[in-house]
Design a protein around this ligand. Structure first.
Ligand code: ZN
Length: 262
């Protein structure tokens, strides 16, 4: 008799296209291969930075050109990992290239009304209405595991981590059946690599050896992002935690909230 039970949901909440692939791509591929349903919540509209013509020019294209190209890559990477659903929150990035220069939120020429994206992510992070929108996503999917950024891995990542923590906690208090909240403890692109320095002892290590090549394919789906230079570091980190896990490659996480035993 076929089971009518819904597959458990893994929800991945990330700031930018390619964050999921770098921080937890192997884990997503592994859980999907074990029958889980993966939902990606993409926070920013991915406005700044893309080498659109493969000519090395990364910060020369305006958001209206960058965002659609990066959205395609988000879908391509998610599809490599077997992600079932992508929820676009569509918040503005805190900086973007105008075609002439980088403009930052708070600079007079930052266009708050720019048609790409809704309110800027840093503003959304402090806005309860935006956090409620995220809570509604958690209510809908009732994930058994939520994976998000750690609090020190770069400014926009921190905004996402803050929102996810607020929404997760509120959802639990409101009685939504959620599992646990994990933060990705691997390094990628914070200035001091505080990812690995602040979380030297993650309490969850996922063996991703069988999914390593899938993770790499998903990373490389982000063609405009100059990902090759980051791969040796990602491999070294995955090998390091693989040694701890007694396998070839592992991804590290810290579980910071566990709602199953509330
Ligand atoms: Zn990122």
């Amino acid at each position: 008799m076929a089971s009518t039970r819904e597959p458990p949901c893994l929800l991945i909440a990330m700031a930018h296209g390619d964050d999921m692939e770098f921080y937890c791509g192997g884990t997503v591929a592994k859980f999907v291969s074990e029958g889980w349903r993966a939902v990606l919540v993409m926070f920013t509209a991915n406005m700044p930075g893309a080498d659109l013509h493969n000519d090395g020019k990364f910060l020369e294209h305006p958001p209206e050109a960058v965002a659609p190209a990066r959205e395609e890559e988000v879908h391509a990477g998610a599809s490599e990992l077997g992600v079932d659903t992508i929820v676009q929150m569509g918040f503005k990035d805190s900086a973007y290239y105008t075609g002439q220069r980088v403009t930052w939120l708070g600079d007079p020429d930052y266009n708050l009304q720019h048609p790409v994206g809704h309110e800027p992510l840093p503003a959304a992070a402090g806005n309860f209405r935006c956090i409620q929108k995220l809570q509604a996503v958690l209510d809908k999917h009732k994930p058994e595991i939520v994976i998000t950024h750690n609090f020190s891995s770069g400014f926009e990542h921190t905004c996402v981590a803050t929102m996810v923590n607020q929404a997760f906690g509120q959802a639990v208090r409101d009685g939504t059946k959620l599992g646990s909240l994990w933060i990705a403890a691997a390094a990628r692109h914070s200035a001091w690599e505080s990812d690995v320095r602040l979380f030297p002892s993650p309490n969850i290590l996922i063996d991703i050896t069988d999914h390593w090549t899938t993770k790499l394919r998903a990373i490389r789906a982000h063609k405009t992002q100059h990902v090759e230079s980051a791969i040796p570091k990602i491999e070294a980190v995955a090998r390091y935690w693989g040694i701890a896990r007694q396998c070839r490659y592992a991804e590290p996480f810290s579980m910071i909230q566990d709602a199953r035993y509330r």
